[in-house]
Design a binder for this molecule. Structure first.
Ligand SMILES: Nc1ncnc2c1ncn2[C@@H]1O[C@H](COP(=O)(O)OP(=O)(O)O)[C@@H](O)[C@H]1O
Ligand SMILES: CCCC(=O)OP(=O)(O)O
Length: 368
């Protein structure tokens, strides 16, 4: 039996789980509100507080680092690579610690996994990091050669629920076309064509709907004017785009649960903002339907906000049911997908990939 510790840091939560082979023995989701997170100027300033949550989880569950066969963390902002299970290595750790490719909570996954794995003398892994890139070249073109659209999204959960949806449709993932919508702290909408995510919004940039904590696509000229107004620092503006945008900016909370409570008590401002989020998500689903030329087997809703059966799910169905049937997987399958990715390696069913080799290979294909 293999026992695997799973560490999944998200922008609004830390999710932890312990698996024994395929069985989840214990799991916990800790939500972090916008006020708590706003104390930290940079992502790595959150390291100790997220580590404390992890150690408390281990203690409360009665485990110590020595109990694990391997540790797996959510994969963060590194260089673009194909889908798969990767051993955490020094190059990856250094890039994450320096935030060489940007800041996001997922960057903490590999670093925390490495720290616990080192104590136990076992290996640390990541699976399907947020930079998995299978995008068509035509989807990379932004509108100006100095700007490139990038594939940064909830790759792990999108792939996991897409496989589940395909199985539910009685087909292989490689034989279906799906639009997968992950609604968490960030929101990504991916066009999955026969097992490949051929287009997706960059969930971290101004590309997509607004989200609990991000602004999404903003009117460009107004943004440029703000940048040159002389009133704000670059950090302040970036924080409005990611961290203090979206629901946080309009309603002062990153919690869709709080917004739903406010709507149910008659808060009209909360209702119009939350409805606008649904409206923007629906329009992105429409874009992805066009990318798939209308051949869509199903639309799959997932992530924390897909638990919202009162407002978000029915609103989205109202807008997009004409495209394809809508399947709902609330929360998602991230912890299981992380554990199973490592289990396949531990059982010898699959080889783990080398980050350095795959990143260099990806770069060579791009430049050839
Ligand atoms: N039962 C629920 N109903 C509606 N929204 C929910 C529910 N549970 C969590 N959420 C919302 O989902 C969002 C977080 O989703 P999650 O996928 O956990 O995000 P992340 O991994 O980015 O932290 C938050 O806005 C949270 O309030
Ligand atoms: C980095 C893209 C994935 C993302 O937005 O994750 P969260 O929803 O956890 O912020």
């Amino acid at each position: 039996m293999f026992r695997i510790l799973v560490i999944n840091p998200g922008s609004t939560s830390t999710k932890l789980a312990i698996f024994e082979d395929e069985d989840c023995k214990v799991s916990q989701t800790i939500y972090h509100d916008a006020g708590e997170l706003s104390k930290y100027a940079h992502l790595f300033d959150q390291y100790e507080f997220r580590k404390k949550a992890l150690l408390e989880f281990l203690e409360k569950s009665g485990y110590s680092p020595n109990d694990f066969s391997a540790v797996v963390g959510r994969g963060g902002l590194i260089r673009p690579i194909p889908s798969g299970t990767y051993e955490v290595d020094e190059t990856m750790l250094e890039e994450l610690r320096q935030a060489k490719y940007g800041e996001h909570a997922s960057n903490l996954g590999a670093v925390l996994a490495h720290e616990i794995a080192k104590l136990a003398g076992v290996k640390a892994y990541i699976v399907d990091p947020v930079v998995v890139d299978e995008m068509w070249d035509v989807a990379r073109i932004s509108g100006h050669p100095e700007f490139e659209r990038k594939s940064i999204f909830h790759a792990l959960n999108q792939k996991a629920v897409a496989r589940r949806a395909a199985a539910e449709l009685g087909k292989r993932y490689e034989d279906v076309n799906l639009i997968v919508v992950h609604m968490g702290g960030g929101i990504s909408i991916g066009a999955h064509m026969k097992g490949r995510v051929v287009d997706v919004n960059n969930a971290l940039d101004g590309d997509g709907p607004f989200t609990p904590e991000r602004s999404g696509t903003l009117p460009l000229t107004q943004l440029v004017d703000l940048c040159f107004s002389g009133k704000y620092t670059k950090e302040w503006i970036l924080k409005r785009i990611k961290g203090n945008g979206g629901l946080v900016a309009y309603l002062g909370t990153n919690s869709a649960v709080t917004v739903q409570e406010r709507i149910s008590k008659g808060d009209q401002q909360a209702e119009i903002v939350y409805r606008a989020m649904a409206f923007q998500i629906a329009k992105w689903i429409g874009k992805m339907a066009a990318a798939l030329k209308g051949e869509v087997d199903a639309i799959v809703l997932t992530g924390g906000i897909a638990y919202d059966q009162r407002y978000m799910v029915p609103w989205l169905k109202e807008y997009v049911s004409f495209i394809a049937p809508v399947l709902v997987y609330p929360g998602g399958d991230e912890e299981r997908a992380l554990a199973l990715g490592v289990l396949r390696v531990l059982k010898g069913e699959e080889k783990s990939k080398s980050y350095k080799e795959e990143a260099e290979k990806w770069q060579r294909t791009k430049s050839s």
